[in-house]
Design a protein around this ligand. Structure first.
Ligand code: ADP
Ligand code: MG
Length: 448
């Protein structure tokens, strides 16, 4: 349905009422927000609101039911004159209005559109096993806000696509459900706004901005930790929105349990919905991401170089982007050698042949169907010794870690044990064809 639902209602009322009645009761009304189940309509005078609610609410409900086929709950609210006038005054007083502040025009709360990165949309997000659930849940939220995953809590390390997903939700909603009020904000700005509001002794502005949105997305929530006033406001905002079926999306660099400086009541609320993690991308996903970005940037990369980069920059997609930008502006033919030199600074993962210790451990554990904890354990069970020795051998050979560091990664073994394990495998690989086969298979799995 194009245009706001309330405009459709008004059109119907215009047809059914005489012009003066319409003008008296409805001319100054406006829609604050609407979702599938709820519509908030605002009047600038309490008497008008009371009259409309008692006299016309059943007629309005019937019109909405005809239009949408649904029983939508309607809240008739009054613009608080004192809030409005104080806001208007404040806004006027500030010639240079801070970004993100709201305005009230003809009784409608207007939330300025967040500055979103146009690149951060769903079409540019590469889905891999590392982010599949986060992606699917985000898409579902964008299609059906407030319905299934509420709140949606996405967490993961830096540069793994959290902001990208939050903004993708935003842009899809703005595009396809423009009648919804969608607010994306970084939690630092959220904190700043509260601090300012409290300093000015007036939080009504803040409340109006946050409690009437249909979808609230807060990025990097970890920054509200330890900030008591912010947490109180956030808590009330959360409850107001949640109870009226509005969608809340949160991102964080750690899971709720690890947000230790957050009050329990907020932490438990995060657990009401879906908590999903974005992990570092696996090799395949990294290759797909590099391919996408390279073609976006108009960089030609042959497969060998593609894999060369994908194997070496493992933990952070932002670093992959930096690497590609470097290659784009390099004034020379891109070969494996020149890439290695140009991208030295991005390859900080202590990799030599493009492997991280985690990749080695995970691949080897899965090859032998054991857990990575069993690689570390002190158990001398026969089935564990070969995998453990192989994992140590590969780590010695394909990372830059010292034997002492490797020992720490393998359950705190000392460096002589590490050297011994490596030598054992080297010896075995020369005379035992079965070990040789296993090494080959593992090398293939690890793309060496
Ligand atoms: P975070 O917020 O988790 O720190 P960002 O969302 O800012 O990370 O992502 C960092 C960069 O990596 C952005 O440019 C983003 O577009 C890109 N990126 C992250 N994940 C993906 C992905 N799955 N597909 C394509 N680009 C991605
Ligand atoms: Mg981010």
């Amino acid at each position: 349905m194009k245009g706001s639902l309330w405009n459709h209602v008004l059109n119907e009322l215009k047809i059914n009422l005489n012009p003066q009645t319409y003008e008296t009761w409805f001319a100054e009304s406006s829609m604050v927000s609407s979702s599938k189940e709820r519509l908030i309509v605002e009047f600038n005078d309490r008497r008008i609101r009371d009259h409309v609610e008692s006299r016309y609410s059943s007629q309005i409900s019937a019109i909405i039911h005809d239009l949408s086929g649904k029983n939508v709950k309607i809240d008739y609210i009054v613009t608080d004159d004192s809030i409005e006038s104080s806001l208007v005054n404040k806004n006027q007083a500030k010639s240079d209005r801070e970004a993100g502040s709201i305005t009230i025009k003809n009784g409608i709360v207007e939330i300025p559109k967040a500055r979103l990165n146009p690149r951060f949309d769903f079409s540019k997000f590469v889905v891999g096993s590392n982010n599949q659930i986060a992606h699917a849940a985000s898409l579902s939220v964008a299609q059906n806000p407030g319905n299934q995953y509420n709140p949606l809590f996405i967490w993961g390390g830096v540069g793994l696509g959290k902001t990208h997903l939050l903004q993708a939700i935003c842009q899809k909603l703005e595009h396809e459900k423009s009648y919804l009020k969608v607010l994306y904000i970084h939690s630092e700005q959220f904190v700043n706004e509260i601090v300012t509001a409290i300093r000015q002794g007036d939080t009504s502005h803040f409340k109006l901005k946050y409690r009437f949105v249909d979808v609230l997305l807060i990025d990097d929530i970890q920054f509200i930790q330890g900030k008591d006033q912010t947490q109180i406001e956030f808590f009330h905002t959360f409850d107001t929105l949640y109870q009226s079926g509005r969608q809340i999306v949160i991102s964080s660099d750690r899971p709720p349990k690890k947000l230790t400086l957050l009050t329990d009541r907020i932490r438990t609320r995060f657990e009401w919905g879906l908590i999903t993690k974005i992990s570092p991308p696996d090799l395949e996903t990294r290759v797909a991401i590099i391919q996408n970005k390279a073609s976006e940037e108009g960089i030609e990369l042959d497969n060998e170089i593609l894999y060369f980069i994908a194997k070496r920059i493992t933990s952070n997609i932002r670093a992959i982007e930096g690497a590609l930008t470097t290659l784009k502006f390099a004034d020379e033919e891109i070969s494996k050698e020149s890439a290695a030199r140009l991208l030295k600074d991005f390859m900080t993962d202590r990799l030599e042949e493009g492997l991280s210790i985690d990749e080695i451990r995970n691949e080897i554990a899965s090859y032998f169907s054991i857990s990575t904890q069993e690689l570390d354990s002190k158990s001398r069970e026969g089935r564990l010794i070969l995998p453990r020795f192989l994992a140590i051998y590969f780590t010695c050979k394909y990372t830059k870690l010292s034997t002492k560091e490797i020992g720490q990664h393998f359950g705190g073994r000392d460096h002589s044990t590490i050297i011994n394990a490596r030598q054992e495998i080297e010896k075995k690989s020369k005379k035992d064809s079965q070990t040789m086969e296993i090494i080959k298979a593992l090398e293939q799995k690890l793309n060496i």
